[in-house]
Write a protein that binds this ligand. Sequence first.
Ligand SMILES: Cc1ncc(COP(=O)(O)O)c(C=O)c1O
Length: 439
Amino acid sequence: MGFGAWGCPIAISASSHQPHRLQLNLYPMSLPTAFRLSRSVLSTISPPISQAHKWALSYIPTEKRPLLDMSQGVPGTPPHESLQNAIQTASTTRSSFGYGPAEGEAHLRSALVEEMKEIYGVDVDLKVEDIAVTVGCNMAFVASVMSLADAGDEVILPIPWYFHHQMTLSLLGIKTVPLRTRAEDGFIPSIEACKALITPKTRAIALVSPNNPTGATYPPSLVTSFASLASSNNIALIVDETYRDFIIPKSPPQLLFSSPTWRSTFIHLYSFSKSYRIPGHRIGCIAANPSLITQIIKILDTLQICPPKTPQIALGQPGMLQGMREDIYDTAVRVAKRHQLFRETLSWRWHIASQGGYYAFVRHPFRDIGSTEVCKRLAEEMGVVVLPGAFFGHEAGVEDDRWIRFSVANVGDEDVIQVCERIRESEEAFDDWVVRDCH
Ligand SMILES: Cc1ncc(COP(=O)(O)O)c(C=O)c1O
């Protein structure tokens, strides 16, 4: 059961409870506890990024060969100077020290509505009451699924998935139903396949576009079809649009806000971490039916009390979001060019199946070797830190364990060239492995 008799505690380790799972348990509980731990916590994987960073510890960097980290999806540069200054000023204003509304500062919520009209179309139907500001987009996802589903319910996620989405569902006791996607389709999910997965227990379909980890960007028409599917089955469609500003050429990521009925089905999530380059300030948002927002506020009030005040004050200043548009666009163009550089420079033996937003999803060429083993060696021996596809749900059905996620937004162009050189070197350096001559 996991219980030890009182005074006779037993050691519990997540891996011993989940022998079929990927061994991502970085922090095994070796110290005994007298109490039993939550089954949901024990059956949830440990934070995967730390695992990749742990491999990198064995690499000894030199001036000529520094560690090149393309693992975590983090902005490679600090925020625009005017945002930095605004954050600095806001951090000493009196109101930044206090609590604020659970749903976020009114100024920021209305600035966001204006910004979203710029992105999704001036005529879209969006109001301040539709918006809640959250402690990052991860909190937006947690609060959304908590408002929709109970333990034992089901949520459909395309696989490979963003691991925090699956971890959230696991922690809440909600069943993740994998919607398989295929490399041949550029990892674009199929409506028909999704339809077949809907059961009376399904509460939502959750998409990420542009996608993490594959970079696949779903056409707006596909997102509309998913919304129709959700609507006809009385379930919600959640779309995490964290990477929407990285779509180049610039175009609306989806057209759902133009529909007069969007509030019956659609829940939009967004992050300020990537576009505004402030992941440490933890700001995200939800746009949804105000009746749902009213329910979500119960969750936000409990989990976050309020989102961080300082970045909200800075971002909510008149003209601040508007003033950032050019910077966001320029960064997106640079990232798109880096994607192209990566595509043109990477050894032909490594196959890029999809690219977009921050990420490229690449199939390695080593015969019969899993993605985790390859990433481990790349980090330890070549000083290139990247994440194996296995971290994104391989056990649940990614078709082939040879995928690796490269985050091209983390690093500069020079680093991309160096990464590609070391990748080429690895084909010879890992001489105990056989390299395939074709994809
Ligand atoms: C799809 C997706 N959603 C959410 C997040 C996290 O966003 P935030 O920092 O706003 O919590 C990430 C970060 O990598 C992401 O890739």
